[in-house]
Design a protein around this ligand. Sequence first.
Ligand code: ATP
Ligand code: MG
Length: 259
Amino acid sequence: MTRSSKRPRRLEYMGAMAAGLAHEVKNPLSTMTVNLQLLAEDFATPQSQVEERTLRRAHLLLGEVKRLDGIVNDFLELARGYEIQPETVDLELLITDLLRFVEPENERLGIRARSLLAADARLVLADPKFLRVALNNLVVNAQQAMAEEGGELLLETRVRGRLVEVRVTDTGPGIPPDKLEQIFMPFWSNKQGGTGLGLPMTRRIVEELGGEILVQSELGRGTRFVLSVPKLPDQLPPATPDPTAEGPGAAERNGGNPA
Ligand SMILES: Nc1ncnc2c1ncn2[C@@H]1O[C@H](COP(=O)(O)OP(=O)(O)OP(=O)(O)O)[C@@H](O)[C@H]1O
Ligand SMILES: [Mg+2]
């Protein structure tokens, strides 16, 4: 009893420590950004090779500091949880817009993108900003998986019970079966320049929205991520009062649904 109750407290402690560390890192990072910007301004019109090199290095460091700051922000958000504000979201608009946004990169990489959107799966209860981040993470992963040989990217929606599924399928190299759980661990990445925060963020967002995320993959054939979010409850026609009825009417239409 005493042994098992220590573990969650230890995890909580580690989480607070990691978040505190990340927070502390942010101040020096912003000092570095300001000073590197000033340095770059001083050498904006280089008069010699040394000055030119200095300017190049200042820009390189600015890029790295920006990357670090982005990682720290993602990490802090992931550690704290997201402030999700669910509202009615039109998935068709969101997916069409997302595909339009990633089209130039698809073209560059030789990826053909398609969508198959079910009419009855159009409206969901979600936070549009975070749902877009979650879907974008999956689409970017699919693009990166197909970056070498091109391929096909398919986005589908369909209703499953009280949820709507969004399936993101690629024809990339696939994920080895023994890695299928690990890919959701923070900082697990096999990409150069990858941070390994995309999938843990996506999972956390989806779970906070009341849905789930699953992955299916076959080596050499491709990968499918299935993300689901609550479907907007069907609109019932306005109740017409029944003059013969007595007592309270059907009050709990939606009883049992978590808020
Ligand atoms: N569609 C996919 N096909 C093949 N492997 C994938 C796919 N999606 C994710 N993975 C694997 O899962 C790992 C973790 O993905 P995740 O999005 O969390 O991090 P990342 O893409 O490496 O970095 P980041 O998203 O932080 O830039 C990837 O490095 C990759 O090995
Ligand atoms: Mg990623």
